[in-house]
Write a protein that binds this ligand. Structure first.
Ligand SMILES: NC(=O)c1ccc[n+]([C@@H]2O[C@H](COP(=O)([O-])OP(=O)(O)OC[C@H]3O[C@@H](n4cnc5c(N)ncnc54)[C@H](OP(=O)(O)O)[C@@H]3O)[C@@H](O)[C@H]2O)c1
Length: 271
């Protein structure tokens, strides 16, 4: 049997305390990766780390608020102090924001969401860069279908995900010839805690909002994580996760207003 792609690899995952990030950690653990798990909630990170250790992996927990540049620098320092190298950074930490733009009363939410989703990725990537170049490693970013097309009630969140796409697509070209690959993941709806923590128009977490994601339109975290790791292992430039996303990407070139209508329909009945 062939060796799993991440066996022995040092893999750092931000936002590893829940959802997609926690599942990425577990799947890397099964492959025998050496893990660094970053997020703010250390109790939850320790629980994920314990699961990973039970699966036979090494796991380091580093409390990190990715919105704070010094935290990102200290986190990468801790990874190198522990393992001496870095083979893959997964920029996964993220926070949602929803509601119509005209209802937004706290414009500071744009700053907060941009700081976590976009600047957090920039900070971690910057401090990881020399180590990834040394290992000819892999850089992964978890964007969203909202990073490929406009989506109503997601002006702030969509802007951060478009910013991530622009940053990582540009960086990929700069890194040509270094051996470092850049993979951007574009999930659609995925079962996770993102809605429960998403910021509402007043800048406060909105909490559960009375709508349930439908299984038919929502991907399980294990499938999402498998697709991300498969694309990263293959050093693919990106992975668009749903047929809607794949068709929409092509349609946007020829019929952008049709894609607008599809995006509107996908969000109808949701906040
Ligand atoms: N679920 C979806 O439908 C969906 C679709 C497309 C893309 N995505 C993207 O997938 C990624 C993972 O989200 P998820 O769906 O798994 O949601 P989730 O369950 O809410 O997980 C979000 C993770 O990000 C961490 N995080 C939030 N703010 C942070 C900060 N300031 N510093 C460090 N870590 C922070 C959280 O940990 P702490 O609270 O412990 O810090 C948590 O581990 C996000 O980038 C999200 O935008 C999700």
């Amino acid at each position: 049997m062939s060796r799993p792609p991440f066996a022995g690899a040092v893999v750092c995952i931000t936002g590893a305390s829940s959802g997609i990030g926690a599942e990425l950690a577990r799947q890397c653990a099964v492959q025998g990766a050496r893990l660094a798990l970053a997020a703010r909630d250390t109790a939850r990170l320790e629980a994920v780390a314990a699961e990973c250790r039970a699966l036979g992996a090494e796991a380091l927990v580093v409390r990190t608020d990715v919105a704070v540049e010094a935290d990102c620098r200290a986190m990468l320092d801790a990874v190198i102090a522990r393992y001496g190298r870095l083979d893959m950074l997964v920029n996964n930490a993220g926070v949602g924001a929803s509601g119509p733009f005209r209802d937004i009363t706290d414009l500071g939410l744009f700053d907060r969401v941009m700081r976590v989703n976009f600047l957090g990725s920039v900070y971690c990537t910057s401090y990881a860069m020399p180590h990834l170049v040394a290992s000819r490693g892999r850089l992964v970013a978890v964007s969203s279908l909202t990073g490929l097309a406009g989506v109503p009630k997601r002006t702030a969140y969509g802007a951060t995900k478009h910013a991530m796409a622009g940053f990582f697509d540009s960086l990929r070209i700069e890194l040509d010839g270094t051996g470092v690959s850049v993979t951007v993941a574009y999930p659609g709806f995925v079962f996770s805690e993102i809605n429960a923590h998403a910021l509402g128009p007043d800048g406060q977490p909105w909490g559960e909002r009375g709508y349930k994601r439908r299984p038919g339109e929502t991907m399980a975290t294990d499938k999402c994580a498998r697709l991300i790791l498969g694309a990263a292992a293959a050093r693919d430039r990106d992975v668009v996760m749903t047929w809607r996303g794949k068709v929409g990407r092509v349609l946007k070139l020829v019929a952008p207003s049709l894609v607008d209508r599809l995006a509107k329909r996908a969000i109808d009945g949701k906040q």
